[in-house]
Design a protein around this ligand. Structure first.
Ligand code: SOE
Length: 352
């Protein structure tokens, strides 16, 4: 695994746990934790056997079969392309890349490779989300007419929150848009089985200077969209939504019914207004966990991600979301950024 911050810790937990919960066809061995300043103590705490400081050395090593990329976005492409070129399986954190060109090159490298490549849109692994996808695909809510999606956090609401790489366009590509907007774009496309075909966006950087650096990405973005299946959609992503910690919500309205999901109640799905607890043994992933009603948490999504990735490697298949799915999200991120920067299409209201 390259990287060892927040996502590195979440992925490490999943690599440690998956084989204890699921009957995996292959047993992951957590061989090397790689980072410029990683210590043996960190590696030991997270469950890794050894440490390395140079990703170029790690991705070609004979004793490495899979590379898990948990570093800032600008490093996704070089690491993934090198690892796939060396025949390694790859799991890359989201969004797939910082730019459409980088994401295209990653998808092109993954396409012909024998290795498996997956992008870490972990919310596809919430049992209630998988159940929602099954309900939409079976026609339970009819034709989807409207999608409402929002992802709201507040860790940048105050101007004193320190600058990090996530506030740098060079390192992160974009702000709330790529970091958390990418999740709801992926979910909307996954749940409806259609693609975003066009957008109209606005975005803002409310705090331009922070302790430690200049902010070159958006704090918040909102956009309307059309989906290829005919639905209208609205999306909001914010890291300055005061009081909201990790509020991801997505609602689908169809001709026959509706579905609503809220990450803060991740074991539940609202089906045409009725609350359904998604913790039965026949619900996705649940047979391996606890008895009905013994709810799961955010960390389980990463455990499920490892389970599906390892199963895909054993089967020789690319489990979704593939790099092609990551590229499909990147096309939307690119369109939103272009739309938000294009004041020409902005319609001002009359002043009198
Ligand atoms: C930070 O905004 C973050 O950790 C995202 O990067 C994750 O993808 C999201 O799941 C939680 O918030």
């Amino acid at each position: 695994m390259i990287g060892h911050a927040f996502m590195g810790a979440a992925h490490s937990h999943a690599w440690r746990t998956a084989a204890h919960v699921f009957d995996l066809p292959l047993r992951p061995v957590m061989a090397v934790l790689c980072g410029r300043s990683v210590t043996s103590a960190t590696a030991e705490r997270l469950g890794w056997k050894t440490v390395a400081s140079d990703w170029q050395d790690v991705v070609t090593r004979d004793d490495i079969d899979l590379v898990d990329i948990c570093v800032p976005g600008y490093l996704h492409e070089p690491i993934a392309v090198a690892a796939l070129g060396a025949g390694k399986h790859v799991l890359s954190e989201k969004p797939l890349a910082n730019t459409l060109a980088e994401a295209s090159r990653m998808a092109a490298a993954a396409g012909p490779a024998d290795a498996t490549a997956m992008v870490g849109f972990n919310y596809r692994r919430v049992p209630a989300i998988v159940r929602a996808r099954t309900l939409v695909a079976s026609g339970r809510i009819g034709d989807v007419r409207e999608v409402r999606a929002s992802y709201l956090q507040d860790w940048l609401a105050g101007p004193s929150a320190p600058w990090t790489w996530r506030m740098s366009a060079d390192q992160a590509g974009s702000g709330a848009l790529g970091d958390i907007g990418s999740h709801i774009i992926d979910l909307a496309q996954y749940l409806t089985g259609s693609l975003v075909s066009g957008v109209s966006a606005i975005s803002e950087t409310f705090t331009k200077e922070r302790p430690g650096g200049t902010v070159s990405v958006d704090d918040a973005v909102a956009f309307t969209a059309r989906l290829s299946g005919g639905a209208l959609a609205t999306f909001e992503a914010s890291r300055v939504a005061t009081g909201r910690k990790n509020g991801l919500s997505i609602e689908l309205y169809g001709t026959e019914g509706s579905l609503a999901f809220d990450l803060e109640r991740l074991n539940e799905l609202r089906v045409s207004g009725q609350r359904v607890l998604v913790t039965e043994p026949d619900d996705p992933y649940l047979d391996a966990w606890w008895p009905p009603g013994h709810v799961l948490g955010w960390d389980a999504t990463f455990v499920h991600q490892v389970r599906d990735l390892v199963t895909g490697i054993a089967d020789g298949t690319d489990p979704a979301p593939t790099f092609a799915d990551g590229l499909a999200v990147q096309r939307v991120l690119d369109a939103v950024a272009r739309s938000a920067s294009n004041e020409a299409v902005w319609t001002a209201t009359a002043t009198s």
